[in-house]
Design a protein. Structure first.
Length: 94
């Protein structure tokens, strides 16, 4: 069971990301991405990059909240897979 008592930073970023994904990550977009060989959506990747996910350096609970929201929306993006790897490699200060 997930304890959803997020820090204020995690909650603010999570709510903003949830709002963005509600408009940008539609079921039709997810279905279309599934048909592509890479399973992703370049426009959504760019939007998430503009949101700041490409350069996000944050506490572990913030990273967890971002991944939670991406998973919740089934976002066809590399960010969920990349976040743990970057943290393990020390490329993000988590």
């Amino acid at each position: 069971m997930l304890d959803e008592r997020w820090s204020q930073d995690a909650d603010e970023i999570g709510q903003a990301l949830r709002t963005l994904l509600a408009s940008e990550c539609t079921p039709a977009l997810v279905r279309a991405a599934e048909l592509r060989s890479d399973g992703g959506d370049a426009a959504l990747e760019a939007t998430l990059g503009e949101f700041g996910l490409d350069d996000l350096v944050a506490a572990p609970d913030v990273i967890a909240r971002v991944c939670y929201e991406l998973g919740r929306s089934l976002a066809p993006t590399r960010h969920v897979e990349a976040a743990p790897a970057l943290a393990i490699l020390g490329l993000r200060d988590t």
